[in-house]
Design a protein. Structure first.
Length: 141
């Protein structure tokens, strides 16, 4: 006699990949910063605070790395980003009234860096605002 087992759905939902979990950790840290620090400071203040949060959560990151742009065999001037976290996620910290122009810039940075996911975190508005940008250009949230 064959025994049939019912497949139980995972109550926690589908498993998230490491990059998604990493992005969520960064966004959560930024949300906490937004609540505790507020708006009105320079980007440098928020970058320093985010670096402290990343360090506290033992996330490896490069701060203000220059991504080399290549054309044929020539090295052109590099693109700068604020953070590359765990060598996977690009993070740009801004203080602006709108994030509309930052999507294209992040897409360029992702292409040049060879990464798949970027976050633009805005501390320029009273409400927390961020964009998640995918290198394929399909998803922005």
């Amino acid at each position: 006699m064959l025994r049939q087992e019912k497949m139980m759905a995972d109550p926690t939902g589908p498993k998230k990949d490491n990059m998604t979990q990493l992005a969520e950790k960064i966004i959560d840290a930024a949300k906490k910063m937004h609540v505790s620090v507020g708006t009105g400071f320079s980007e440098a203040i928020y970058e320093k605070e985010l670096a402290e949060h990343l360090t506290k959560h033992r996330l490896a990151f490069a701060f203000k790395p220059v991504i080399k742009v290549r054309y044929d065999d020539f090295k052109l001037s590099g693109q700068k980003v604020d953070f590359i976290v765990e060598d996977k996620v690009l993070v740009d910290v801004v203080c602006k009234s709108s994030l509309s122009e930052n999507r294209q810039e992040m897409l360029v940075n992702l292409k040049v860096a060879g990464k798949k996911l970027g976050l633009v975190i805005n501390f320029g508005k009273p409400e927390f605002e961020h964009n998640v940008v995918h290198a394929d250009g399909k998803g922005v949230s």
